[in-house]
Design a protein around this ligand. Sequence first.
Ligand code: ZN
Length: 492
Amino acid sequence: MIFNFNIPLAHGFVIDDMGWRESKSLKPEGPPRLHSTHNANINDYFNLVAMAKACGTRVFCAFILGEFDKENVCAKPCYNMPEAPSNMTEFGLNWKNTVNDDQIQTMDFLKENSQSIDFALHGVRHGHYATGEWEESEWAKRCNKEERLAGEKITPWDEKNLTNKLTALCYKEILRQYFTEEELPFPESFVPPNHAYFYRENAHNTTGAVLSEFGVKYANFKNTGSGSEDHTTDKIINFDHKLTFIDRRGVKHCSYKKTGAKPFIPPRNFPWIEAHFNNIWGSETYWAKYLKRINLFPNKMLGKNTEHVFSQWIYKNFAKVKNGLNSVTIDCTQIPEKAYENEILSYVVLKIFVGNMEIESVSGNCDIFAYYKDKFGFAYLTVGRWENLMGRLDREIYKITYKVGRKKMPCYVDNSMSTFYPYGLEIGENEVKLKGKFYGRETVKIKVPFKVASVTCSKVKILGFKQEKDFLYIDLKALCMLGDTDTIVIGG
Ligand SMILES: [Zn+2]
């Protein structure tokens, strides 16, 4: 029987326009809303997390934070005209917001559930408020017809990027009303409202230039905007300062106004599957089923997390896999240097159909961090280098030899339902070390070939562990919503 490994495309699920409370605009010229029959409440967030847990993925959730502004920082003179180049909201200095108990509980809930939610930046108020007329895109200007004819597509709001700096600062101030610097310094992930992002190769004032100063690393949006004339770049992946963005082209969009929408087939070559918050309301079970069924495609998988989706996309598109008899070669020599510089590369997941068999043993010039098999008979092998940053592979050629049989490997992490990043697994006679980045509350499932006496680590809190049959289950809690990198030491 011939087995063929491939690097599957990892799909991530991105939800835009999280964070709105009101379903309708407060002013006719105000920003778009949820367009739903009810205002958002904590139950919508409960259902979302339950959906994410049911399919073992961490959802990229892009948040608008204006209506979470407890202290009305959006009304500060420094964020509004005449001091600032534009107003932060449609109400300018007269902004007045009242936060309810439900919203405070929602933020507490999100803080505890970063294993399921990647708290991403969308914006403060979604729009640009400089003229009294509402303009849709918060971070860059989508040009009008005349400007397009003159060759402009998307331009920055101002030459020095001051508007964007103020917006990011205001967003950060609202975040601090709920999260300490240790809990959430600033989101690492970003979606620009109305998909308006200013990018030009080597330009100093791109959207990414400002946001990477705040720590944003990952962005996704439709680079094509609403029409092909809006292309800012033809590349699917772009490195903009320390921010990397992936095009969301190819998404069959369900109307953002549709509550309880049913999803479409995942896009062929693009990793992000898009929805708006109200799209999943009442149809969470349907979405969970749809997301899990992505694994049915031999060359696709449901991504675990944002970093994984980006990293996997790079390996899929730049590394070459060659199958031999019980062996596979991964040639990483063509991976762009920028992927290393921007620190977005981690391990790679290989996929193989084994039916009712198992991968019994693996060896080679790289390390196996994790392994599991899904109910469709596909096996997933997480491959990296223990000693490298985020467990990534170098620009080298790796060769793995393996055996498919009836037995399971003696020691491995089973990350089938978890969203943490395994960055390395070191197996000793009486000790196993698992390096990784961990989120919220998770249970690490790991096959250990000895009786476990102790589980320790430095940053992450171990809540307890139990060994049942072949597996050890470690309950843990991480503090930072961007994940805590740590090494768990399991002693016999
Ligand atoms: Zn939006």
